[in-house]
Design a protein around this ligand. Structure first.
Ligand SMILES: C[S@@+](CC[C@H](N)C(=O)[O-])C[C@H]1O[C@@H](n2cnc3c(N)ncnc32)[C@H](O)[C@@H]1O
Length: 277
């Protein structure tokens, strides 16, 4: 029988370990941003700012990828930064550590440096619920980019993302629950939770993470990026898995993304928007 536990009872190290194993794929994200930057600018990107960086997992991987790479990870909350310092930063060698900095700050603050790339991943900018707030953030990002800088965001959508339902995914030792607890059709605001179950003890830790978001559409985001002054806004879509031999009509994403201007909707999709300064 499943034993319900409060999410706050999950030890901090386990909380972020499960989050990173389940939700993030920093190697795949870096592969995408590296190759798209090169395609767009005909050179390699070397400096990266990870907004809403949490544990800074991606920023740490970025500096480990190339000896000239520099990275900054910006987050308001000292808790994930403390975890990231032990779990990621400590694994870098002395020289790599000099090229990576955690910044405990608001992404709306003025930064004293500019970068080739700014990223805002795992939909974190959905915290800005009003158009003028999101516009101010996108303008700040644009100011923080070098002249040939590029901004990368991810987003999710589909018919299911605006429904109150809990999606369950089984892993070897844990189960992940993505729970849309509330969706307001008038304001497009949604409350999401992440729960984790330890499959060995059958303890389900509820509300480990909580998100209070505005569900921005792909069309709205493009308009706001244009209004923020970006010179080009590119939209992407995920390729289907080629040998997807499931019987139903649903398809599985391949993890590869291509530029696209027209797609059919589906139950659930995740993709990127890329904006050139
Ligand atoms: C969904 S997590 C994203 C973590 C990680 N970047 C990822 O891709 O999975 C959102 C993070 O944004 C941080 N955050 C929320 N509002 C912020 C703000 N205004 N400025 C900086 N960080 C913020 C939270 O503390 C949290 O660590």
């Amino acid at each position: 029988m499943v034993k319900k536990r409060n999410g706050q009872d999950l030890p901090l190290a386990r909380k972020y370990e499960l989050y990173e194993q389940t939700v993030q794929n920093v190697e795949a994200d870096i592969d995408f941003i590296e190759s798209e930057y090169k395609k767009l600018k005909s050179r390699d990107a070397r400096t990266l700012r990870e907004d809403f960086g949490g544990t800074g997992a991606l920023a740490c991987k970025w500096v480990a990828r190339h000896p000239e790479n520099l990275a900054w990870a910006v987050d308001l909350d000292p808790e994930p930064i403390q975890y990231g310092l032990k779990r990621h930063y400590a694994l870098l060698d002395d020289e790599q550590q000099k090229r990576m900095k955690y910044i405990e700050a608001n992404v709306l603050d003025d930064m004293e440096f500019k970068t080739d790339i700014v990223i805002a991943f795992n939909f974190s900018y959905f915290i800005f619920k009003k158009r003028n707030q999101l516009l101010s953030y996108f303008k700040k990002v644009r100011e923080g980019l070098n002249d040939d800088g590029v901004f990368f965001i991810d987003l999710f959508g589909g018919t299911e993302c605006r429904q109150e339902l809990e999606e369950e995914t089984e892993f070897d030792n844990h189960t992940y629950y993505w729970d849309c607890d509330k969706y307001n059709a008038i304001t497009d605001e949604a409350t999401y939770y992440i729960h984790f179950k330890d499959n060995r003890t059958d303890e389900k830790f509820e509300k480990v993470f909580h998100y209070d978001w505005r569900m921005w559409s792909m069309a709205e985001l493009q308009d706001i990026l244009w209004d923020a002054g970006f010179s080009e806004v590119l939209t992407y879509w995920e390729e289907d898995e080629e040998d997807d031999d499931d019987d139903d009509d649903s398809t599985t994403g391949s993890g590869l993304f291509y530029q696209s201007r027209e797609e059919d909707n589906c139950e659930s999709w995740v993709t990127y928007i890329v904006a050139k300064k």
